[in-house]
Design a protein around this ligand. Sequence first.
Ligand SMILES: Cc1cc2nc3c(=O)[nH]c(=O)nc-3n(C[C@H](O)[C@H](O)[C@H](O)COP(=O)(O)O)c2cc1C
Length: 177
Amino acid sequence: MNIAIVASSLSPKSNSRILAQKLAEKLSLVSIDVDFIDLRDFKLPLCGDEDDHYHPLISDLTDRIAGAAGIVIASPIYNYGINAAMKNLVELTGKKAWHDKVVGFICAAGGRSSYMSVMSFANSLMLDFHCLIIPKFIYIAKDFDDINHIPDDLKERLDQLAVTLVELAEHYPVETR
Ligand SMILES: Cc1cc2nc3c(=O)[nH]c(=O)nc-3n(C[C@H](O)[C@H](O)[C@H](O)COP(=O)(O)O)c2cc1C
C-alpha cells in the first residue's frame, strides 16, 4: 500500500513537518510505502496563473497523489485555515488526484483556539471529491526542536492515525454491486 504524506509548511523549522516525518517513519516500519511530498521542494505556480495546468510538476504531483491509497495532510494553521500552499496544491491537482481518497490531518497552530480551522477545507474535499475524512485529526499548539523528543501521548496519537489510515484506505471506496 502506498500512502502519500504532504507536508505543506514552507517554514524551515516546521512543527507539522516534524510530525509528518514521524508518521512516515512509523508507516515505513510496518512496510507501508510512503511518498513524502515536501512542498518546499516544488516551486509551484499559483492556480489560475497562465498555463498552470500544463506545468510538469503539477502532472507529476497529480499522479503521485492519485497513486496513493490514503493521504495525510500536514499543514500549518494560518488565518484560521490550512496554509495557502496546501490549498493551492489541491486547486492545481484537483479531482483527478483527490477523488475517493482517505484523508487524515496533522495541524500545527500557534494556539488552541484554531482547533476547527481545517473544517471548511475538509468539507470541500468530502463534498467535491468524495474523500473520506478521518475525524480524529492531530492538532498541536506546541514547538518541537527535535523529532526525537515527541511526547508519548502524541506518539500514541500518531500510531492511532497510522492504524486508522491504513485500515480505512484498504477498504475505501466500498465496492457496490
Ligand atoms: C501568517 C500566519 C498566520 C497564522 N494564523 C494562525 C491562526 O489563525 N491560528 C493559530 O493558532 N496560529 C496561527 N499561526 C501560527 C502557526 O500556526 C504556527 O506558527 C505553526 O507552528 C505553523 O506551523 P508549522 O510549524 O508547521 O510551520 C499563524 C502563523 C502565521 C505565520
